[in-house]
Structures are given as structure tokens and as C-alpha cells.
Design a protein around this ligand. Structure first.
Ligand SMILES: [Zn+2]
Length: 380
């Protein structure tokens, strides 16, 4: 992965490049940032830059033997650890031998090479465990210790990238402590986290922390125009909603009329407005058939539309970013989402999101949501 392929983050790139040119590469670094900021991509590009045999002032060469292996993520001195769920292993692991991350390395490489901007949930979908949480097990920690004890094969440095160290099992984290504090010579640990608070303090204090900020609006807008062929206006609109998160931006850019979210929400609000209880129960039956990732996607979409409807209600048409059928719909429904209920409606969707994320019972969560919406929309 080259730095130039990563959206924005110029200051972070400069800082990483400088650490290599000044020969002060910290042996354990914690990349901290919200989802969609490109943390993982930056860690990989940095590792490649360290390994590149012909590096330039601003990027790896992209053509030396090390770069060629890095671009397929198959360099023997590059190791990955990420959360998996072994319970599901028999059905989804690829043919490669090994335990933990090694058993899924093929799926991982495909996912990262397709686009390094993906969420934890999307990763679990790839593994077919969308309703479960992955972990980094104690067994995995033993594998890490084994891998690090070998000398590097081809590069000066061995690099161990741990994606989402907040998913380290407590005993796995403890096993890695000493290694992270004092790795054998020429080893670099790059920990990539979305939630620094969930990482045990003893690991945090042994790493050099690098904050990855949200991506600048203009960088997202530019990337949408050049990579996704959007008009400059649409690129700018989406970049404002995306809030520094390129993963969300891609989702919005690719959103087409084929998404079931629009019809799901339209049906829900119409049924709530007409207080059609039987209709609502069958709506719930339909949505619980979706997987958890799709349910969360629906809620995220709904939150966005509610916000836009409220803006229309306030007459702020010029800062509304929806178009076409959705816009018509919001115009029709904005009278029902108003200053009196918008916060409550929004909160109900947010609370449903929280419970879905915590693996609550989808049937109960969505039934509860619909009943509350009936009241809020009709101001009972
Ligand atoms: Zn190179």
C-alpha cells in the first residue's frame, strides 16, 4: 500500500516518513482514530515504507521486490493479528493451515486489498459471524511470541500489525506486555485501535501514541470525485455528511435506489402514522430476517433521513443532502418529524442501535421501536 493511495492525512504521513528518514522508528506504536480515518491503511503503508529497498522522499517506490510482496500483503516479515471467532471456523476459514488470524489470512488479504476502509462489523460479515464479536485469543498471543522470535527473513525489520487490540483477551494482552515493552531487536509493533480507552493501561503506556484525526472534508470530496466518479457538488455534499469518515463516504457514494433501506423506512413511518398495528408486526417480522449488519445499516440510514427531514421542517432546504425519491419522501414526512418530537424519535433509533450492537433480541428491540414511534409521530 502506498501513501499516495490513502485519502488525505498529509500531516500523519509526513510524521511517519520523517521517523524513518531520521532513523527513529518507535518499536511499539498505537494508531488511534475513529472508524474510516484510514488508520489501518496508514499502518500498512508505513510498514511498506520501512521495508522498501528504494524509498523516495514521500513514498515507497512500489516496484522493488519488497514493495511487490507488500502490495499483495505477502511479505514474510509482515504479520497481521485481528479479531476472529473460532467457533465458526470450520465453515469459513480458508485452506491455509494455522490457528487464529493465520487461519483467516486469505480472507483478510482479500478484504484489505479490496479497500482498507472497512468497519469491524464488515469484517465480521466477511467471516460470516456478523452476530458475534471476534476476539484475539491467548493462543494467538503465543503465535505472536513465536513469530517474533524468528529472525526477519528479507527486511531489516519485522512488522506486527495488530488490528483492534481492544479485542485482545485480557490474558492475551498480559502475555504480550513484555514483548511490546522490549521486543527483540528490529521488531515494530503497530497497534491500530478505534477505542483507546478499552486497551489496558499497561499496553497504552508502553506504546508511542499517534492520533489519526478525521479526514479533512476537502480530501474526502476530492477522493470521491477521482475514485468514485462523482460530480464535485455531490462529492462536497457527501463529504459534509461523512464527518471525516471515508468508509461512510463510500457507503453514501454507492447508495443506489436498490437499497432496501428506503422502502423499509417509508413503510415503517407510514404504518406508524396510520397506527396500523398488524402492519407494524409484519414489518418487524421482515426486518428481523435481515442480519445484524443490515439492521444496523438500516438504523444508520434512518437516523440520516430523520435529520434531513427535520432540516426540511425548519425550512433549511439548502443544507439538505438527499435527492430524488428520498427527497420527495422527506418532504411528505417532514410535517410529522418536527421540533416537538425529532429529538425523541432520533433517540429511539439511537437506542435501538445500541441494543442491536450489544446483541440484544432484534424482535423485541424493533417491536419496542415501532410502538414508541407510533406514540411520538401521533403525539399520543
Ligand atoms: Zn520499494
Amino acid at each position: 500500500m502506498l501513501f499516495k493511495d490513502i485519502v488525505g492525512q498529509d500531516e500523519v504521513k509526513e510524521r511517519l516518513i520523517k521517523s524513518v528518514s531520521e532513523d527513529r522508528i518507535a518499536h511499539a506504536q498505537l494508531f488511534v482514530g475513529q472508524p474510516g480515518t484510514g488508520k489501518l491503511a496508514l499502518a500498512i503503508a508505513y510498514a511498506q515504507y520501512i521495508a522498501c529497498q528504494n524509498r523516495g522522499e514521500t513514498d515507497s517506490c512500489g516496484t522493488c521486490p519488497a514493495c511487490i510482496k507488500y502490495q499483495k500483503l505477502i511479505h514474510p516479515d509482515l504479520h497481521f493479528v485481528f479479531p476472529v471467532n473460532e467457533a465458526k471456523k470450520s465453515g469459513t476459514s480458508d485452506k491455509s493451515s494455522g490457528k487464529g488470524s493465520d487461519a483467516y489470512i486469505g480472507i483478510w488479504r482479500d478484504r484489505v486489498l479490496k479497500s482498507p476502509y472497512f468497519t469491524e462489523q464488515q469484517w465480521y460479515s466477511e467471516l460470516g459471524i456478523e452476530n458475534k464479536m471476534g476476539i484475539i485469543s491467548t493462543g494467538e498471543a503465543s503465535e505472536v511470541i513465536k513469530k517474533i522470535s524468528f529472525k526477519s527473513y528479507e527486511s531489516t525489520f519485522k512488522v506486527m500489525i495488530i488490528w483492534l487490540p481492544e479485542r485482545l483477551h485480557a490474558s492475551a494482552a498480559n502475555r504480550l506486555l513484555k514483548l511490546i515493552e522490549e521486543p527483540p531487536g528490529k521488531t515494530v509493533f503497530l497497534l491500530v485501535t478505534e477505542d483507546q480507552e478499552k486497551i489496558i493501561g499497561t499496553i497504552q503506556s508502553r506504546t508511542q501514541i499517534l492520533k489519526i484525526p478525521p479526514i479533512k472534508r476537502e480530501d474526502i470530496a476530492q477522493a470521491l470525485v477521482t475514485r468514485y466518479d462523482l460530480s464535485p457538488q455531490k462529492g462536497r455534499d457527501i463529504s459534509r455528511i461523512a464527518n471525516g469518515d471515508f468508509q461512510t463516504a463510500i457507503g453514501l457514494a454507492l447508495d443506489t435506489d436498490t437499497t432496501p433501506n428506503f422502502s423499509f423506512l417509508r413503510d415503517l413511518l407510514r404504518l406508524c402514522y396510520s397506527r396500523n398495528v398488524l402492519g407494524l408486526l409484519s414489518w418487524v417480522d421482515k426486518i428481523v430476517k435481515l442480519n445484524r449488519e443490515q439492521q444496523k445499516d438500516f438504523i444508520t440510514y434512518s437516523l440520516r433521513i430523520i435529520r434531513e427531514s427535520f432540516m426540511l421542517n425548519l425550512g433549511l432546504d439548502d443544507i439538505v443532502y438527499i435527492a430524488g425519491e428520498e427527497e420527495e419522501f422527506s418532504k411528505n414526512f417532514s410535517p410529522f418529524i418536527n421540533g416537538g418530537n425529532v429529538v425523541k424519535v432520533y433517540n429511539e433509533f439511537n437506542s435501538a442501535m445500541l441494543h442491536i450492537t450489544r446483541n440484544g433480541n432484534a424482535h423485541i428491540i424493533f417491536t419496542d421501536l415501532t410502538m414508541k414511534l407510533v406514540k411520538l409521530i401521533n403525539k399520543l
